[in-house]
Design a protein around this ligand. Structure first.
Ligand code: PLP
Length: 343
């Protein structure tokens, strides 16, 4: 596996820290919890898409593109990080945002990631849910191409074999950290969506002959479908890297019990997870991905699946900007007014 052969532009602050979660571990009374801080990759509030974009944007540059285009849900963290990377590298950026949840909430539609997309100078247009978004992108790209622009299309979530290289790299980084600190780990857990994170991680782990079990907590697709998506991408990524076949079907494990009513719809467990991380650790999860991943982690600890005596690393994939699109999902009470000038 020779990752250095693939063009890469540094966009992230890496290595990201690996830190203990002392108060959360104590509160849950189960395994020793650690967190891998990919929320701290630095690009426009950070997150996991930054690692993928290091390889994707290098490809766009090699193809001499003028514009990058991608798609996602309205509050897409991937769209926001793509807009920021495009700004930094001088590409135009056009986004297709899918109205997946039909929200009329002004914060959901204009604040959080949407605000940042526009702040980075990206242009964006909405699509109603249920369309073939990749076909929509092709159609819009054709429009720009007719105007003479060279368009580089990034699939949703940046999840193709090029983007997944970012998480092969993360697996190498994490194994280096745990080796340096003599910190053997028993499980690695994270939120899985468009599959590039899990697909890249499993290739990296397996290519280095690590036996750390990787668990993706699904945010959208049912278990079987999610595992198949991840496996397909992992196979293609391993092929690209010159180590075909390193990942076996049984290495790919997803748990989709924490999706709730659907993608982008918070659950009482995901809101609880956000509040626990915020109040016990001073950490910000996001409403769509990392909170459902953490809800799964917390529930699996409570059920005894992850046990005392084990060490579990939660990969924090970022997304806190999305919180500002979801403020109406929280009931935090208000601020007490104490009027000292009442007489
Ligand atoms: C996109 C995203 C994920 C899921 O990663 P995939 O590579 O799409 O599976 C998890 N967490 C956050 C915050 C994300 O933005």
């Amino acid at each position: 596996m020779d990752l250095a052969r693939f063009p890469r532009i540094r966009l992230g602050h890496t290595p990201t820290p690996l830190e203990p979660l002392e108060r959360l571990s104590k509160e849950l009374g189960g395994p020793e919890l650690w967190i891998k801080r990919d929320d701290c990759t630095g690009l426009s509030t950070g997150g996991n898409k930054t690692r993928k974009l290091e390889f994707l944007m290098a490809e766009a540059l090699a193809q001499e593109a003028d514009m990058v285009m991608t798609q996602g849900a309205t509050q897409s963290n991937h769209a926001r990080q793509t807009a920021a990377a495009a700004a930094k590298l001088g590409f135009k950026c056009h986004l297709l945002l899918e109205d997946r949840i039909g929200s009329t909430d002004a914060n959901y539609n204009n604040n959080g990631n949407v605000f940042l997309d526009l702040l980075h100078g990206a242009t964006a247009e909405y699509r109603s849910s249920g369309l073939d978004m990749n076909q929509e992108m092709e159609d819009v790209a054709e429009r720009f191409r007719t105007d003479g622009l060279k368009v580089y299309i990034i699939p949703g979530g940046g999840s193709n074999p090029t983007g997944a290289l970012g998480y092969v790299n993360c697996a190498m980084e994490l194994l280096g950290q745990v080796n340096d600190q003599s910190l053997p780990i028993d499980h690695l857990v994270h939120a899985t969506g468009s599959a590039g994170t899990q697909g890249g991680l499993i290739v990296g782990l397996k290519a280095m002959n690590s036996h750390i079990p990787l668990l993706g907590i699904g945010v959208r697709a049912p278990k079987q479908k999610q595992e198949e998506n991840v496996f397909r991408l992992a196979q293609a990524t391993a092929e690209k890297l010159g180590c075909p076949g390193v990942v076996k079907r049984e290495d790919v494990v997803a748990n989709s019990d924490y999706v709730g009513e659907g993608y982008g719809l918070p659950t009482s467990e995901s809101i609880e997870a956000i509040q626990m991380f915020a109040e016990l650790e001073g950490l910000l999860l996001d409403p769509v991905y990392s909170s459902k991943g953490a809800a799964g982690l917390i529930d699996l600890i409570r059920k005894g699946h992850f046990k005392r005596g084990e060490r579990v690393v939660f990969l924090h994939t970022g997304g806190s900007a999305g919180l500002f699109g979801y403020t109406s999902s929280f009931d935090l009470g208000g601020i007490v007014h104490t009027n000292k000038n009442s007489n």
